[in-house]
Design a protein around this ligand. Structure first.
Ligand code: SAM
Length: 239
């Protein structure tokens, strides 16, 4: 059993570029930032993964990526060799400078697991915002939206590779969810790789998120639909 993205970084883009319209979602994110801060030109993506959003957001902003996974950062650096990529934990980083926007997308915030770390993470985002800066956080499902016992499958193929991800999960009363994924990756030379990963996450309510933003003094709005139906928090630091 591997940890989060240790092996699946290699098939991340294949599987998720199929699932998510990153072009459309990134345009929406850029629009939300510009609506609130028309002069915004620097952006930090926290939990930037393989750089799927960053490549698109770089059309609008000077971008920096941050992620705790060296495997995901390696994939991102291949795509964006001139962009600064920082290996760090989103709950405790200090880049020593502010940005006009800090974004954390595709439910990556769930990996902080606990409410204490959620608060520390949002405080960290707030500290990295310039006056007038905009923070955007796309949450994961809360416990009342959770489909207990759901098992899922994703698959995608190119001429060079076919990949499948089967998923299940288990939840504790304390709002912790462990996602378990089994991957199979087939190559044209007749070989198949199989591996499993465990991803520990946490579930937070709308009030948990709003409280964490308000504690930092940011002005926050909640859009229940957001980019892909998971909701979105949009917060502004007063100029
Ligand atoms: C679902 S992926 C999203 C990647 C990218 N934002 C996207 O939309 O394609 C979640 C990312 O969160 C990162 N991550 C998880 N926990 C983290 C932490 N504590 N600090 C920084 N990054 C973290 C993972 O390594 C992974 O790259």
């Amino acid at each position: 059993m591997f940890g989060p993205y240790e092996r699946s970084a290699e098939v991340y883009d294949l599987l998720y570029e199929e699932m998510l319209d990153y072009d459309a979602a990134a345009e929406q994110v850029a629009g939300l930032i510009r609506d609130r801060n028309p002069e915004a030109h620097t952006l930090l993506e926290v939990a930037s993964g393989t750089g799927a959003y960053l490549t698109r957001l770089a059309r609008h902003f000077d971008v920096v990526g941050l992620d705790r996974s060296s495997h995901m950062l390696k994939a991102a650096r291949r795509k964006l060799p001139d962009v600064e990529m920082v290996e760090a934990d989103m709950a405790a980083f200090d880049l020593g400078r502010g940005f006009d926007a800090v974004v954390c997308l595709f439910s990556s915030i769930a990996y902080v697991e606990t409410i204490e770390k959620l608060r520390a993470t949002i405080a960290c985002f707030a500290r990295h915002l310039n006056p007038g800066g905009v923070a955007i956080v796309e949450p994961w499902f809360s416990s009342d939206q959770w489909d207990e016992g759901y098992v899922g499958v994703l698959s995608a193929r190119t001429a060079d590779m076919a990949a499948v991800r089967a998923s299940t999960s288990s939840r504790t009363d304390a709002g912790r969810v462990t996602m378990r994924f089994a991957f199979a990756v087939a190559y044209p030379d007749g070989t198949v790789d199989t591996f499993t990963e465990e991803h520990p996450t946490g579930q937070f309510t709308v009030e948990d998120h709003l409280g964490a933003f308000r504690d930092t003094g940011l002005e926050v709005q909640h859009d229940p639909h957001g980019l892909i139906g998971r909701g979105l928090y949009i917060a502004v630091k007063q100029p």
